[in-house]
Design a protein around this ligand. Structure first.
Ligand SMILES: Nc1ncnc2c1ncn2[C@@H]1O[C@H](COP(=O)(O)OP(=O)(O)OP(=O)(O)O)[C@@H](O)[C@H]1O
Ligand SMILES: [Mg+2]
Length: 274
């Protein structure tokens, strides 16, 4: 299955990956250029994004920080095609997605973008399995394979034994692991997470970050993680800061922090024999 992809993407599936992929010659996985977004809904227009530009390379894990109200969620929604910028472009692997015909957006999002939010990620009336299986529910011809993939994703995040539990029968950290499984079940090229550990205690937050980091290292998927937590940002390859509706890069001295403990063994089936 495609959930695990080597950093050197020889067998990457999906439109954004080809067998000929050569990382250094390819355009960035995400490229935002001069994005503006103003909310006009209230009495006064709120200018939130004032010419945001950023690049995220393939396989990179980037943390996005900045004060409350600085526009991080708005930017993530624009990148994830949940919101449309007033001007500027968003490109995925060199493809201008701001140009996508409206009817193509849902399919593109489903295949290439996984999203994880701070809370309320799961549908309360559906079990862990049903939540992860959701993207396959209406995909004709993929239902059987989808069941396997959903189980595989749950196994990957260590939640397969709890597949029949409803969200309110799971702890916050467990729910977030199920949400990670759902975001990754279709092996998207890019995973966008908005304060994924915001509701979790320190230990659970560390566990969820271990998981995201392991996935990033093993699959080569690209991650953008919004966070207020410096211990989360320390796990990223690079930190970007939002300030006054723009992104300013932060110089990092130390290399990305690794998990303190030995990484959990992930899905032996997916590991290639040396
Ligand atoms: N639908 C909306 N209509 C009007 N204003 C909005 C809307 N959504 C967000 N805003 C405003 O845009 C600004 C940026 O909001 P956004 O949610 O992007 O901030 P944020 O950086 O994610 O903050 P936080 O760290 O608190 O999550 C805020 O001032 C907010 O009030
Ligand atoms: Mg926010």
């Amino acid at each position: 299955m495609a959930l695990f992809r080597k950093k050197k993407p020889q067998r990457m599936k999906g439109k954004l990956f080809t067998k000929q992929d050569d990382l250094k010659d390819l355009p960035p996985m995400v490229e935002v250029t001069g994005v503006h977004r103003t909310y006009e809904s209230g009495a006064e227009p709120v200018r939130v994004l004032k010419g945001v530009s950023l690049k995220v390379q393939r396989g990179e894990m980037v943390a996005l920080m900045g004060p409350s109200g600085s526009g991080k969620t708005t930017l993530l929604n624009v990148i994830g095609l949940l919101d449309t910028p007033d001007s500027g472009t968003v490109k995925f692997a060199g493809i201008d997605v701001t140009d996508l015909k409206r009817r193509k957006v849902p399919l593109f999002r489903q295949n290439e973008v996984g999203m994880i939010f701070q809370q309320k990620n799961l549908i309360p009336s559906l079990t862990a399995f049903e939540n992860v299986y959701l993207p396959f529910r209406y995909a004709r011809g993929k239902r059987k394979a989808g069941r396997e993939q959903a189980r595989e994703a749950l196994r990957l995040v260590g939640m397969l034994e709890r597949e029949n539990h409803l969200p309110n029968q799971l702890s916050g950290g467990e729910q977030q692991r199920v949400a990670v499984a759902r975001a990754l079940v279709l092996s998207p090229a890019v995973v966008l997470a908005d304060e994924p550990t915001g509701e979790l205690d320190h230990k659970t937050s560390d566990d969820v970050m271990d998981l995201l980091q392991e996935l990033n290292e093993q699959t080569g998927q690209t991650f953008v993680i919004v966070t207020h937590d410096h211990s989360v940002a320390d796990r990223a390859d690079r930190v970007l800061n939002m300030d006054d509706g723009k992104v300013v890069p932060e110089k990092r001295q130390a290399p990305r922090k690794r998990p303190a403990t030995k990484p959990r063994k992930l899905a032996p089936k997916n590991r290639k024999k040396k």
